[in-house]
Design a binder for this molecule. Structure first.
Ligand SMILES: Cc1cc2nc3c(=O)[nH]c(=O)nc-3n(C[C@H](O)[C@H](O)[C@H](O)COP(=O)(O)OP(=O)(O)OC[C@H]3O[C@@H](n4cnc5c(N)ncnc54)[C@H](O)[C@@H]3O)c2cc1C
Length: 444
């Protein structure tokens, strides 16, 4: 009989890797036995965007474990110590690790955890009445009482442009890609006569900056298109950062669906913008190139939606709409980088157990306070798939350890790692002490 694990973790991005680190002491003590199944052959964090000087957007304390257990052997500081980088990091005096460094840190942790199985894509999940039965791409079967689904988000591609990405570039001189695959195609893009970046977030800005810096050596025409009214910076002020807190997540989850959806549109600048430093670095680079006489052949346009596109045999012909002037216009480009973000999906492998999962009216997971999504409660948990319920906390590395502490408490029935109830100075919603209960004055 196949062994029944206490849980199977599906996918090994930073969030389930953090869970593997935090549950390792429980696995060693025999309290909680989990196994993690990852499709890739080794840990790799956004390999297409590991640009040399890119850093994390959150401080190093947002590592896999520290916010839950500062004494953990899996901390970023311990990785620095073991890899001999602690003093250089100390001298560097920056809270923000390089993205490459974070990727290496996660691999350092993953390679030391016996609970991880690489090269296993989960293809099917069933329930045999007693446990979940997970089948992998190798035909192996894992049984477990619970699941933790941490498969991350998938590149979002505008429907009207999907055919351009699906077409195999083959011997085409041109290339269209999502920013998730940027580094794999960087050199090819630089050999083209024209490149266009579409998007308003950090990835779009990083790709544009990278191509702009190389443009004097290659001479391509570089265009940056965004639907946003401006190239807006991410907001980092401290009282706003307090919204990345357990109590804001709990408050947001209690709001009506329509209100949450309105907030998702209105809160874009909180976590979908560009770091202020990078916005300025792009402007400064323009100035330097202009002074050095290498004024780049580049165009930056806001308020512009890409409404269609086709391959015309030698380039991509894009249909554009200016959302303020109402004008329709177009652009031909040989290279196209869609930095159009990522979206969570309900994976097909869960279809056989669909009836055990709670869904909201939009077909998304209906996520409970403890991140479980199953009708029974406490059987199927999700990581980074709850932005529509818990808001901007979902993809934030700084909240990964907190979410894992909640999930571990739900699986063990005890608070193995303290779960903070309140961290913000402000109150979200009506403060209890100001709530009016006397019907005579309510609503006055
Ligand atoms: C370029 C980039 C930079 C970012 N930088 C930051 C930052 O600095 N700070 C921050 O707070 N957030 C950042 N984010 C947001 C977020 O933290 C990251 O996206 C993070 O990687 C999400 O982690 P995850 O564990 O949800 O999933 P992912 O990292 O997406 O990992 C999911 C894993 O699941 C595996 N998988 C998928 N399907 C299956 C399957 N069927 N079977 C088995 N395995 C499967 C995949 O191979 C993958 O390894 C960044 C996002 C991007 C794209």
């Amino acid at each position: 009989m196949t062994r029944t694990h206490d849980f199977v973790g599906i996918g090994l991005g930073p969030f389930n890797l953090g869970l593997a680190c935090l549950t390792e002491p429980l696995r060693e003590s025999g309290e909680l036995d989990g196994v993690f199944l990852e499709a890739r052959d080794r840990f790799a964090w956004h390999p297409g965007m590991l640009l040399d000087d890119a850093t994390l957007q959150v401080p190093f304390l947002a590592d896999l474990v520290t916010m839950a257990d500062p004494t953990s052997r899996w901390s970023f500081l311990n990785y620095l110590k073991e890899s001999g980088h602690l003093y250089p990091f100390y001298i560097r005096e920056s809270f923000y690790p390089l993205r490459r460094e974070y990727d290496d840190y996660c691999r350092w942790a993953a390679e030391r955890l016996p609970s991880i199985r690489f090269g296993r894509r989960v293809e099917r999940v069933e329930h045999d009445g007693a446990a979940y039965v997970v089948t992998t791409s190798r035909g192996e079967v894992f049984r477990a009482r619970r699941l933790v689904v941490g498969i991350g988000t998938s590149p979002r591609v505008p429907e009207c442009l999907r055919p351009l990405l699906d077409a195999a570039p083959g011997d085409r001189p041109a290339v269209a890609l999502h920013s998730a695959d940027y580094l794999a195609h960087r050199e090819r893009l630089q050999r083209l006569g024209s490149v266009t970046v579409v998007g308003s977030g950090q990835s779009a800005a990083e790709v544009y900056h990278d191509l702009l810096a190389a443009s004097p050596d290659h001479g391509y025409r570089l265009t940056w298109l965004t639907r946003s009214p401006r190239f807006f910076p991410m907001e980092y002020t401290k009282l706003t950062l307090e919204m990345t807190s357990p109590e804001y997540g709990a408050y947001h989850r209690r709001l009506p669906l329509e209100t949450r959806e309105r907030l998702a549109r209105e809160q874009r600048h909180l976590y979908k913008g560009i770091s202020g430093d990078l916005v300025d670095a792009i402007s400064d680079l323009h100035y330097r190139l202009r002074v050095s006489g290498d004024g780049p052949r580049t165009t930056l346009v806001t308020n512009t939606s890409v409404v269609g596109g086709r391959w015309d045999g030698s380039a991509y012909d894009l249909d554009l709409h200016h959302d303020e002037t109402g004008e329709a216009f177009g652009l031909r480009t040989e290279g196209l980088v869609l930095a159009t973000g990522y979206a969570p999906t309900v994976p097909a492998f869960l279809e056989p157990v669909r009836t055990r999962i709670r869904h909201d009216p939009r077909g998304r997971y209906d996520v409970a306070a403890d991140y479980s999504v199953d009708l029974a409660g406490g059987e199927v948990f999700v990581q980074n798939a709850e932005e529509h319920t818990h808001s901007l906390l979902a993809p934030d590395l700084g909240m990964g350890a907190y979410r894992n502490s909640v999930i571990i408490a739900a699986m063990t029935g005890r608070e193995v790692y303290p779960v903070e109830k309140r961290i913000a100075v402000q109150t979200f919603g009506v403060p209890e002490h100001l709530r009016r209960t006397d019907p005579a004055v309510v609503g006055r």
